[in-house]
Design a protein around this ligand. Structure first.
Ligand SMILES: [Fe+2]
Length: 284
């Protein structure tokens, strides 16, 4: 497999792969190992159908079914787009656009689920000429950058992750009662240690507060942690090309979309999400 490194802390490009032609377990294991080590894997020129996307993704585990209130609900695909079924760009106040805005906050997909996802696999179908990048932030490098006493202080901490929390910052009415009921807050470890390449922080927009601490103390602790996260050094920012396929480890990076610049052009991405096998708190 021919590969090249992307960011300083994370990111690897595989240069000689057609994901529709993989038939052996060895190649899948190799990709899994590369993802585990580099957290983000980019495979260019994969003009794949939705079925091929699903088939490739299922090599890595069971796929999550898309939650209520999201385009693709009930299927194995999440459709991320900024236009309606007639091809018209939706208005800035449209729910779809507001959800896209929420995706511009650092987050980990599905951290609001009791068993959060293992990885996401995103395929670019239509991309704007300028902006609309996806940025990835290494949570392993972020953990390593913390002073020793802070590491000791947070190693056993548990946080509450709540889908409504992040979305409410964009618009208090963005989360529907149906979504609220389907997605109650869940507990997640603040520091994950199950990766053989080291510990990582588990934070992001869905992280509401540290369990067992007052609101002030919790906010202060999260702010202290964030003050050590270098959002320049620990980032890989991906400029999309059509038919790029990107896989990322949701338990080792946060990600966010950047705004589209200039005239708003259509953006269409399709994602699968590979479910994790265990909760982070070992409560299941
Ligand atoms: Fe996301």
């Amino acid at each position: 497999m021919i590969t090249s490194k992307l960011g300083d802390a994370i990111g690897l490009e595989i240069n000689d792969l057609d994901v529709t032609k993989i038939s052996d377990k060895e190649t899948i294991n190799k990709i899994s190992d590369l993802l585990s080590e580099f957290s983000v894997v980019v495979i260019r020129n994969q003009n794949i159908t939705d079925d091929e996307h699903i088939k490739f993704s299922e090599n890595f585990g069971t796929l999550e079914l898309t939650k209520v209130g999201t385009d693709g609900s009930g299927s194995k695909l999440i459709i991320l787009r900024n236009f309606d079924e007639n091809g018209n760009i939706v208005s800035p106040t449209d729910r779809q656009r507001l959800n896209n805005l929420a995706n511009q906050e650092w987050h980990s997909d599905s951290s609001f689920k009791k068993i959060p996802s293992k990885m996401s696999i995103l395929s670019a179908k239509m991309i704007p000429s300028l902006g609309g990048n996806t940025e990835f932030l290494s949570m392993r490098a972020s953990y390593n950058a913390l002073p020793q006493e802070l590491k000791l202080k947070i190693d056993d901490k548990i946080c509450w992750h709540d889908y409504s929390h992040g979305r409410s910052k964009i618009d208090p009415n963005l989360v529907t009662p149906e979504e609220k009921q389907a997605l109650p807050p869940v507990k997640q470890k603040l520091v994950l240690s199950d990766n053989k390449h080291g510990k990582s922080l588990y934070l992001g927009a869905h992280c509401r507060n540290v369990d067992g601490m007052s609101e002030n103390d919790s906010n202060a602790l999260l702010a202290e942690i964030n003050s050590y996260i270098d959002t320049e050094k620990f980032i890989y920012s991906h400029v999309w090309e059509p038919f790029d396929l990107i896989m990322w480890d949701n338990r080792a990076v946060l990600h966010r979309a950047t705004p589209i610049k200039g005239k708003i052009e259509k953006r269409l991405m399709v994602r699968t999400t590979v479910a994790g096998q265990t909760s982070t708190t070992n409560e299941c």
